[in-house]
Write a protein that binds this ligand. Structure first.
Ligand SMILES: [Zn+2]
Length: 375
């Protein structure tokens, strides 16, 4: 764990307009695995706020108020982005771009605008302004900034923080500032990958009757998946739409050989009313008679909107909450017993796209909503 303040880091002005702060964050490249420079800059800026207790772990940072309030809320966001659009794997910086020609006005383009440097900018601006004019927030706040969200779950900075500093992540309610277009998205679907394998017998394709075709044997698997009608499940008042699909198929060795093995990879996105065990049983029942192996799974999260802190937040935002279909880190908070929602600026459908962008006003609006609620 590194606890020393960084001196050589980029200076971030947390008090500038939050849309301009978003651009400043984008200008520091932080593709997964390369978060150090941004983490240094964030840590350095947070250490100037005397009311925050800071802990750094790798390229993750926890910053907490200690006001002794009845409620503690967690505001969390990841510092990393997916690779740059045109220079994949590049360690170069990403200049942000204002097509209006007027920084701070209209749309802001750049890697991470929606996913999720707009959200991180809101967290930082809140941290810097919370105590303005002697004011104090009505709730204790824990800000979490973490690395390695956009890669395999085992690398997750948030997962590491839970293991190393679990106690510092205590809270009554968590908000993940992933892009939601400024609405509250509760919970998330779980996800599971499975492999269904058929086995045949190899033979020369000129004498196919000597063998048995494993690819043909997989046809009923595809037929059952194609005919399957995914459910929509109401959980705590929100409708979660499920998906069950073949996502990859592999079989055959050569153009003149009857294939002796075929593997169909399946992805099941299941509603948060099911445990991963129940979801697995559901797929196994559908594919009865086939050799099915689970290769990976992550539990979903119930929306938890009936919790008082969540309900007051939804009321403050004033928009109808929606279900989240994709898996997000709210599930990690849910595992800790902390109800969690997604709420952040930007269109989630633009995440990871080459033309990723966010409206400056959307970032400001998100900051206003959180400020009002915490006020
Ligand atoms: Zn994200």
């Amino acid at each position: 764990m590194i606890v020393t303040a960084q001196t050589a880091s980029v200076h971030l002005d947390l008090r500038q307009d939050v849309a301009l702060l978003t651009a400043a964050l984008i200008d520091i490249n932080s593709v997964s695995g390369n978060e150090k420079e941004l983490a240094d800059a964030v840590e350095h800026a947070l250490r100037r706020i005397p009311q925050l207790d800071i802990v750094r772990d790798g390229d993750s940072i926890i910053a907490r108020t200690a006001l002794g309030r009845q409620e503690r809320v967690i505001l969390a966001g990841h510092l990393d982005t997916v690779p740059l659009p045109t220079t994949e794997g590049s360690l170069g910086t990403v200049p942000s771009f204002w097509p209006s020609g007027a920084p701070g006005e209209g749309l802001l383009y750049g890697r991470g605008t929606t996913d999720m440097k707009g959200g991180v900018a809101v967290q930082l601006a809140l941290a810097a302004s919370m105590f303005d004019g002697g004011a104090e927030p009505s709730k204790d706040v824990t800000f979490v900034f973490y690395d390695h969200e956009e890669v395999e779950a085992v690398k997750s900075g948030l997962g590491r923080l839970v293991r190393n500093h679990g106690g510092l992540l205590d809270g009554d309610f968590a908000i993940l500032l992933e892009p939601t277009h400024g609405t509250v998205e509760g919970g998330c679907n779980g996800t599971m990958r499975l492999a269904a394998t058929t086995v045949g017998e190899a033979a020369h394709s000129a004498r196919a009757w000597m063998g048995s075709n494993a690819i043909h044997a997989a046809a009923p698997i595809l037929a059952r998946l194609a005919a399957y009608e995914p459910a929509t499940v109401n959980v705590d008042g929100l409708d979660y739409r499920e998906s069950l699909n073949a996502v990859k198929i592999n079989g055959g060795t050569a153009g003149n050989v009857i294939p002796d093995r075929c593997v169909v990879e399946i992805n099941y996105r299941f509603a948060p009313d099911k445990t991963p065990e129940q979801a697995e049983a559901h797929v196994r029942a559908l594919l009865e008679g086939f050799d099915v192996v689970k290769t990976d799974s992550a539990a979903g999260a119930r929306p938890g909107l009936n919790h008082p802190a969540a309900a007051s937040f939804v009321a403050a935002v004033g928009a109808e909450p929606k279900p989240k279909y994709g898996w997000t880190d709210v599930a990690r908070f849910s595992e800790l017993g902390i109800p969690a929602v997604n709420f952040g600026p930007g269109d989630p459908l633009l995440a990871h796209k080459d033309n990723e962008h966010v409206d400056a006003e959307a970032v400001r609006e998100c900051l206003r909503a959180l400020r009002t609620w915490l006020g």
